[in-house]
Design a protein around this ligand. Structure first.
Ligand code: ZN
Length: 206
């Protein structure tokens, strides 16, 4: 595999290692990317243990899906590219599998999860009040990335308000203008999902 530009590659690795240490990438799961320029992104290769990621495990790929160099792209590369192609201001896309995002997207098969009353909602771009309602869309899971990308296009405006969406029983996708904003969105959403899972468990158990 070929490492690309050292700056973005190092920053992407640092980001992945941080979230892998927090348990968002069990069993080689999850994939992470950042934009290099208007036409190319760096993305984690398939099947790599994210806790041991190095710049050699990153692939450079064009927004049209053309692999630059060698290596095996993740099956979910197509969903990352769909996001970059849908919005040229997106500079980073992060995808993780956590217990909270996997479970909450399944309970009751929701079309969206709605959050209100959490100060952490303000971690998401454009949110300024804990009392507002903040929705996180949930899409069906599919092994067909074209199908998933089609559902994303249908509900892209809704997902843009959250800078994120869930794939049922699978994980979360978040994005931002750069790795810093995307990381804040991932931390914020995972905190909100943890809170909501705990709240529901406690309320149902009382
Ligand atoms: Zn995944």
């Amino acid at each position: 595999m070929r490492s690309a530009t050292s700056g973005p590659a190092d920053r992407l690795c640092e980001t992945v290692l941080r979230f892998a240490d927090r348990g968002l990438c069990p069993a080689t799961g999850g994939n992470f990317s950042t934009r290099i320029d208007a036409n190319r992104v760096l993305i984690t290769a398939s099947g790599v243990d994210k806790r041991r990621l190095t710049p050699r495990d990153l692939l450079s790929i064009g927004l049209d899906g053309t692999l630059i160099g060698d290596g095996k792209p993740s099956a979910e590369t197509g969903l990352h590219l769909a996001l970059y192609n849908a919005d040229p201001t997106i500079g980073a896309v992060l995808h993780g599998h956590s217990l909270a995002n996997t479970v909450l997207s399944r309970v009751g098969n929701p079309q969206r999860l709605t959050f209100s009353g959490y100060e952490m909602q303000k971690a998401i771009r454009g949110q300024s009040n804990h009392a507002d309602q903040l929705s996180l869309p949930v899409f069906h899971n599919s092994q067909d990335m074209d199908e998933l990308a089609g559902w994303l296009r249908e509900r892209f405006d809704e997902a843009t308000l959250a800078c994120a969406f869930l794939v049922r029983g699978h994980g979360i996708y978040v994005w931002g203008t750069d790795l810093v904003e995307a990381s804040r969105h991932l931390e914020g959403w995972e905190f909100l999902l943890d809170c909501e899972l705990q709240r529901r468990t406690l309320e149902n158990g009382l």
